[in-house]
Write a protein that binds this ligand. Structure first.
Ligand code: ZN
Ligand code: ZN
Length: 379
């Protein structure tokens, strides 16, 4: 079938993307869903920093590709052997499919699935190959999702079924921002009530980590970001202190924080988070810095201050356990995801949305692949 999609043919184009338009809205061809796969009508897709990193070339991926890895939609067709989903089901996507069979999956760490990580790196579906083509040429999938598209073929293992009362713009954020941010706090840091906690970098993932800190009843909670509006939002969401990176956290809490969550994806921010971590504390890093960045810290302090540095990918989550829990949190009013939504735009404005993310002035933007596409392209 045909689908309008945001195709990236060349990364590293100059800014502003509103002018160079690296993401082209084109009509791609989608193959029918294969065994274990489903066709989804994408209703809402998030603009995440990892997508920007692919567009700007700091995270190279096989091109051309259809971008987007955070979405919610409705199942419109199922392939052979699909057991857990049926037509009409509402779903959210997860950006790492878990094969269920590898050593990582069978030992309770599906966020580290080596089979899914390998297919993601190749730009293929987890069962191999691509279901997308443009003018007869195969197009890569992005993290098995490729949701900047009206329709997308996803493996059943990349999807979590959701109740129908969750709005799509909220559900879209479950599979990346929330899974990564809340997971970093709960699964990677194991933050407990009464523990001091800091979050560095207040984008969609960072503010999700903050929400996770509030759910975990960490206290006091620090939120650190150079953008004043994001600091204000952090206070609104439950942070006790919101600091500019130039301020010293230890002026407020001399011992430092027991749990430090780095979400900016920068080595210098990770260093600041590590240095603000207290004796016996844990620094968790979630952001994805460019592959060339190196971290320089006091080698002695790691031992003498008994600190832990820990990487967290996909929030060290088990999406099939964590996402249903998000539904319960959302129903209980503990997941103010709507406050993370800066804007809702038609897919035709995806390049403008990338510019806004690059400017660091926005938290989470979502795009709608079915609204106003042609009207805007032709205007
Ligand atoms: Zn993401
Ligand atoms: Zn696996």
């Amino acid at each position: 079938m045909k689908s309008l999609a945001a195709l990236l043919r060349q990364s590293g184009e100059p800014l502003p993307y509103a002018t160079t338009r690296p993401l082209e809205i084109v009509e791609v061809d989608l193959a029918p869903p294969g065994a274990g796969e489903v066709l989804i009508k994408i209703e809402s897709a998030g603009i995440c920093h990892s997508d920007l990193s692919v567009v700007n070339g700091t995270r190279p991926r096989p091109l051309p590709l259809v971008a987007g890895h955070e979405s919610a939609g409705v199942v419109v067709e199922i392939g052979a052997g699909v057991k857990g989903l049926k037509v009409g089901d509402h779903v959210t996507s997860v950006f790492l499919p878990s094969c269920g069979k590898c050593a990582e999956c069978t030992t309770g760490t599906p966020a580290f699935c080596s089979v899914g990580a390998s297919s993601n790196a190749r730009g293929e579906m987890i069962s191999g190959g691509s279901r997308i083509s443009f003018n007869g040429t195969p197009v890569s999938h992005y993290n098995g999702v490729s949701c900047y598209s009206q329709y997308a073929v996803l493996d059943e293992r990349s999807l979590i079924k959701l109740p129908e009362d969750i709005p799509f713009d909220i559900a879209a954020l479950f599979g990346c921002a929330l899974l990564t941010g809340i997971g970093a706090v709960r699964n990677s840091a194991h933050a407990k009530a009464g523990q001091s906690l800091g979050v560095w970098g207040l984008g969609g993932v960072g503010l999700s980590a903050l929400i996770g800190a509030v759910i975990s009843q960490a206290s006091p909670i620090f939120a650190i970001d150079p953008v004043a509006s994001k600091r204000e939002l952090a206070l609104e969401l439950g942070a006790d202190f919101a600091l500019d990176p130039n301020e010293n956290l230890r002026d407020h809490l001399p011992a430092g924080v027991l749990v430090a969550i780095e979400c900016a994806g920068r080595a210098d921010t990770l260093k600041a988070a590590y240095e603000a971590t207290s004796r016996g504390g844990t620094t968790v890093t979630v952001g994805l810095p460019p592959a060339t960045e190196m971290l320089s810290i006091s080698a002695l302090s790691l031992v003498s201050d008994v600190k832990t540095i820990r990487g967290s990918y996909l929030g060290s989550a088990n999406p099939r356990v964590d996402i249903p829990e998000f539904v319960d949190f959302w129903r209980a009013g503990k997941l103010p995801v709507e406050k993370l939504l800066t804007s809702v735009s038609p897919m035709a404005q995806v390049n403008e949305a990338m510019d806004a993310l690059q400017s660091a002035q926005v938290v989470r933007q979502v795009i709608h692949p079915h609204s106003g596409v042609w009207a805007l392209e032709n205007s």
